[in-house]
Design a protein around this ligand. Structure first.
Ligand code: ARG
Length: 263
């Protein structure tokens, strides 16, 4: 009798663990570069932000768990196209050049390339950077659209120098210490960095307006699934409520207060 009980318990346990295995949710790995508030940044050990939350909501709708891998912005496209990551969300701008290497989802946000300067800077509009005889040192995050635009508009045009940093935070630190004259970076991170550091401002004039989208390996079946889930979550207001949570509420600025100093 005892043996029979033990056997039954055993069988029951195996059945339970098999069931758990069978129901285990598959995981999608998302590549990002988490020094880009309010889209992706660290809150303690956790990567939070607009992209992290939209990704979590979209993956849940698609029936996947989400794992976020933080890496250099520079490595993201290669990680996605080689299959090391299933997709990327990184406040990434859709560009023709990137489209040669990856497929983009529908766009979920607009980005603006903005210019951050010290409050007393002689640079007062974006056009000052391209004025005849201008000779400013411009900081960017390497391989971003800010890098691509300023390399061609400023460096190759002989109007100044571009200094490339591994992330936006280091570019802003270089600006704070007077090593460079301005930082060209996306508008929302620009505002977050200005809120977290004394004596900086974002110029009112815009450098460029862009679309953000998730990217996938070429011809991945995930792109269409992602778009379908994204459309539903746009329709029911989830995407807007995630964006509102981080933008215009002051939360993003608060959340990044410690970040510039910490990194
Ligand atoms: N929107 C710009 C680009 O696509 C900058 C993105 C930087 N993103 C980041 N997570 N660091 O090039």
């Amino acid at each position: 009798m005892k043996k029979l009980m033990a056997l039954l318990v055993c069988i029951a346990m195996m059945a339970v663990s098999l069931g758990v295995l069978a129901e285990e949710t598959p995981t999608l790995v998302m590549a990002t570069n988490a020094s880009f508030p309010p889209y992706e940044y660290y809150d303690g050990d956790t990567i939070v932000g607009i992209d992290a939350e939209i990704a979590a909501a979209v993956c849940e709708k698609m029936g996947y768990a989400l794992q976020i891998d933080d890496m250099e912005f520079d490595s993201i496209i290669a990680a996605v196209s080689s299959g090391k990551a299933d997709f990327a969300m990184a406040g990434m701008t859709v560009t023709e050049e990137r489209k040669q290497m990856v497929d983009f989802s529908d766009s979920y946000a607009t980005g603006i390339q903005a210019v951050v300067v010290k409050e007393d800077s002689p640079i007062t509009t974006v056009d000052d950077l391209f004025a005849e005889g201008a000779n400013y040192t411009v900081g960017v995050q390497i391989s971003t659209t800010g890098d691509i635009y300023t390399t061609s508009d400023i460096e190759e045009a002989g109007l100044g120098t571009v200094q490339r940093f591994p992330n936006g935070n280091e570019a802003v630190m270089a600006l704070m210490s007077g090593k460079i004259d301005c930082v060209v970076i996306d508008n929302e991170p620009a505002k977050a960095y200005v809120a977290a550091n004394e004596g900086l401002k974002v110029l009112e004039t815009e450098y460029a307006v862009e679309d953000y989208a998730a990217c996938f390996a070429k011809d991945s079946e995930l792109t269409a699934q992602f778009n379908a889930a994204l459309a539903e979550l746009t329709e029911d207001g989830t995407i807007q409520s995630i964006i509102d949570k981080y933008i215009n509420t002051g939360d993003a600025a608060e959340a990044t207060d410690g970040e510039a100093a910490a990194e």
